[in-house]
Design a protein around this ligand. Structure first.
Ligand code: CMC
Length: 377
């Protein structure tokens, strides 16, 4: 008899491929991009440097970084056809739907072999540059803000804030966003990156792979968790009610968003850094309400379930304090993760093998086919 391999539901602990891009040490709580610890990158680098690192496998020199900055600034404008499409989307659409559809549409307006839409580092840079513009084009219309001005002088982090909040960010605000972008840039074979690699493994193009990834990131068990954390805080209201609300939810076997992780068995190092930033920005704004509530929720969830916070617990509090609408939190995750998605897609093209697992069939096999007229229901 042929041995039947065990099913690993959710592909848990399955090693699907080799990669040089990102390493998660779930036991020690470490996250490494191309050899560099996330703590060093968050303390000293910028999102552009990290994107360069993910794409090229090494940190840039000063001229290389300046060139990338210039290029990302110059690639931000949308084709007018796409602006018209975004302008015709219902204002009640979710920004994640707008982003998914716009990235998919963008591929049709760009030359696929030689232009910025090519499945190459040029395409990766184009997508990374353009996502904030797509989000801002939609958000500014629904919020009644004046049309977006091109600001190639701003860093990706400052541009994202300027475009979504409509004011020049302070240095501290821009740095908070920069750190958030660095922390979200890659995370090994998370669900959206895996989706991107599966798409790329069929030799499909970069834009299709990123479209798959955006649709996958949207779910509340993945990128959508940060929005739900803020809903929880709104439901709790004051720290005194935290115990009751959280325990009620746990008693109903509800998941508390922002906690738990498939790979980390200890605290997610990104949560540690974002907790510090939540406090820092809270102090600068004279509003520590979110920080204090989250600390309380953390204590309860750890006591009751032994769960640690993940990246999504504190990110929403930082974005809220920066003046960003809740439904833009997950799209901001995408604005950063696109650097990692595209790095993985390019790596997939270098070492391509069609990703195609199998399922254990548990249905029937020998049913007799009945003609339509004889079927009774
Ligand atoms: N709240 C309450 N219980 C939880 C949670 C949570 N957040 N996370 C896990 N558990 C419980 C779960 O109910 C299960 O308990 P039991 O064994 O009694 O049924 C046990 O812990 C194991 O859970 P699991 O679903 O088998 O674990 P997983 O590895 O499949 O889940 C996860 C990982 C992230 C989907 C899960 O922890 C979760 O749903 N967290 C909340 C959503 C969230 O914060 N997502 C963001 C993840 S980090 C950012 C990213 O990569 O996108």
């Amino acid at each position: 008899m042929v041995a039947v391999p065990a099913v690993s539901r959710g592909l848990e602990d399955v090693v699907a491929l080799e990669s040089r891009i990102c390493f998660i040490d779930g036991v020690r709580g470490r996250l490494i991009y191309q050899g560099y610890d996330i703590r060093d990158l968050a303390a000293h680098s910028s999102f552009e440097e990290v994107a360069y690192l993910l794409w090229y496998g090494r940190l840039p020199t000063a001229p290389q970084l300046a060139e990338l900055r210039g290029r990302l600034g110059a690639l931000r404008a949308l084709p007018p056809e796409l602006v018209r499409q975004i302008d015709s989307m219902p204002v009640g659409s979710t920004p994640m739907d707008v982003l998914r559809t716009s990235v998919s549409a963008l591929a049709m307006f760009e030359p696929s072999e030689t232009g910025p839409g090519a499945s190459s580092i040029g395409g990766a840079q184009r997508l990374t540059a353009v996502i904030p513009t797509i989000l801002a084009t939609f958000h500014r219309r629904r919020a009644g803000l004046p049309p977006l001005r091109e600001r190639p002088d701003l860093s990706p982090a400052a541009y994202l804030l300027y475009a979504l909040v409509d004011r020049e960010p302070t240095e501290l605000e821009a740095r908070a966003m920069d750190v958030a972008l660095i922390l979200h840039a890659d995370h090994e074979l998370n669900a959206s990156t895996f989706a991107a690699r599966v798409t790329a493994s069929t030799l499909s193009d970069l834009y299709s792979a990123v479209t798959s990834a955006i649709g996958t990131l949207k779910g509340p068990l993945h990128g959508g968790a940060n929005e739900r954390v803020m809903e929880l805080l709104a439901a709790i209201g004051t720290p005194e009610l935290a115990e009751t609300v959280v325990k009620e939810r746990l008693a109903k076997h509800e998941r508390i968003m922002g906690f738990g992780h498939r790979v980390y068995k200890v605290e997610d190092p990104r949560a540690t850094i974002l907790r510090e930033w939540s406090k820092k920005i809270g102090e600068a704004k004279g509003n520590l309400r979110y920080y204090e509530l989250l600390r309380k929720v953390e204590e309860i969830v750890h006591r009751e379930k032994g769960l640690y916070p993940n990246v999504d617990l504190y990110s929403g509090s930082v974005y809220s304090l920066l003046g960003i609408s809740h439904d833009l939190f997950t799209p901001i995750f995408a604005a950063s993760r696109v650097s990692g998605w595209t790095a993985h897609v390019l790596e997939e093209y270098q070492d391509l093998r069609l990703i195609r697992p199998t399922a254990r069939y548990i249905g029937a096999t020998d049913l007799a086919y009945l003609p339509l007229a004889q079927r009774t229901g």
